[in-house]
Design a protein around this ligand. Structure first.
Ligand SMILES: Cc1ncc(COP(=O)(O)O)c(C=O)c1O
Length: 377
């Protein structure tokens, strides 16, 4: 079976884990600090706080906003339910926003119509790894005084192209940016996440909340020590990363450029194949810009109402596919949240299809997938 996504891990990760074992310090410690420092220098952020999942990175970033139940957090419906759960856990009320038809990133037009006096935060999702229009989003946040918590679970190492043509890594210039390093992301820690910010006060608060609100403890743990004295100053969680996960992440980070090059190369092969006549009015590709994207998923729109039939056919050929995502506003837990005018999201929800994309896919695999699609049509 060709998997839709798969981690690429090997002996360098195993050897690093062995070192963690020999150190006798499996929990949060020196490897976590090294991983955070490496992330800061790789993307050019001032602060990085590593967490045990991307969901909990989002939870921590939203938690420091001290949301009250009436406070609204605008979020695209086309995201993983983790984004919504993090907002709910942080005490906010999600308000669903539509997608822009060519990229499926958040629709700025719809966003403008959903901002109210209650809007306290916006959680844009850099869907597939394509950065949202950050200049527009940050300018709206200035104008209406809300915080932007980027869900960059898909976009570690993506680079935003600004209006002047310059590129800035996602996580280097926003308010609070949250990454995921779960098993299928461009790089993995096994499980893991991180919050990046240039605001040191926010970072300090997140650091404390990450480990049960305990003050003064983090820095000693980074030296693989545990102080017996601590002072608990506010509500906190057990959201920290472990040395074992950080060790995997450190080694994955060393390979990231090779991973991205190959992933984007595969995407270009798909793009080229789908531009041929045989797929006209059948498969619609999304807008991509591989100068900006460290592509996480390759998603197309399957026209003519036959997505499930196509998925079944590909499955019968040994090719697994996915759907990213069932729009969140249709989930039972979301039924009381505002979800008007989600026109594009509703239109594309039965069309989107995720094709296999991971570093281990060979050219032969990719050709076979494309040929199987041609065979179907
Ligand atoms: C858009 C989005 N947000 C948040 C998450 C949560 O990340 P994690 O699985 O690391 O908790 C994911 C994970 O796939 C995601 O795709």
């Amino acid at each position: 079976m060709i998997q839709v996504s798969k981690p690429f891990i090997g002996t360098s990760e195993l050897n690093e884990i062995e070192k963690v074992f020999h150190s006798g310090w499996l929990g949060m410690g020196a490897w976590v600090k090294t991983f955070e420092d490496k992330i800061c220098s790789y993307i050019g952020a001032i602060e990085c706080i590593a967490t045990n999942t991307g969901t909990n990175a989002l939870h921590l970033a939203l938690d420091i906003l001290d949301l009250k139940p009436d406070d609204e957090v605008i979020v695209p419906s086309l995201t993983f339910i983790a984004t919504i759960q993090a907002i709910i856990q942080a005490g906010g009320t999600p308000v669903f926003c539509d997608a822009e038809p060519t990229t499926l990133n958040i629709s700025i037009e719809d966003l403008k119509s959903k901002i109210t006096a209650k809007t306290k935060a916006l959680v844009p999702v850099h869907y597939r790894g394509l950065p949202c229009n950050m200049e527009e989003l940050l300018s709206l946040s200035n104008k209406y005084n809300f915080t932007v918590v980027e869900d960059a679970a898909h976009a570690f190492s993506s680079k935003y192209r600004s209006y002047d043509g310059s590129f800035a890594p996602i996580g280097s210039f926003g308010h609070l940016t949250c990454f995921s390093f779960d098993p299928i992301k461009v790089i993995t820690c096994g499980e893991g996440g991180a919050v990046c910010t240039n605001n040191s006060e926010w970072a300090e608060r997140i650091r404390k909340k990450r480990i049960l609100g305990i003050d003064k403890d983090t820095w000693s743990r980074y030296k693989n020590e545990r102080s017996w004295f601590y002072d608990v100053v506010e509500r906190g969680y057990r959201h920290h990363m472990s040395n074992v996960n950080a060790a995997i992440g450190c080694k994955q980070l060393e390979q990231i450029e090779t991973f991205i090059l190959r992933r984007n190369e595969i995407c270009k092969k798909y793009d080229q194949a789908f531009s041929s006549d045989i797929f006209k009015n059948k498969i619609m590709t999304l807008y991509s810009d591989y100068n900006q994207m460290a592509t996480f998923t390759y998603i197309v729109r399957v026209l003519n109402n036959n997505r499930f039939e196509l998925m079944n056919f590909l499955n019968s050929q040994g090719i697994s596919t996915g759907v990213h995502y069932i729009p969140c506003h249709t989930q039972t837990i979301c039924k009381n949240f505002r979800s008007e005018n989600l026109i594009t999201t509703n239109n594309i929800s039965d069309e989107i299809l995720t094709l296999p994309l991971h570093f281990g896919l060979s050219d032969q695999d990719v050709n076979f997938i494309i040929q199987s699609l041609k065979d179907y049509y």
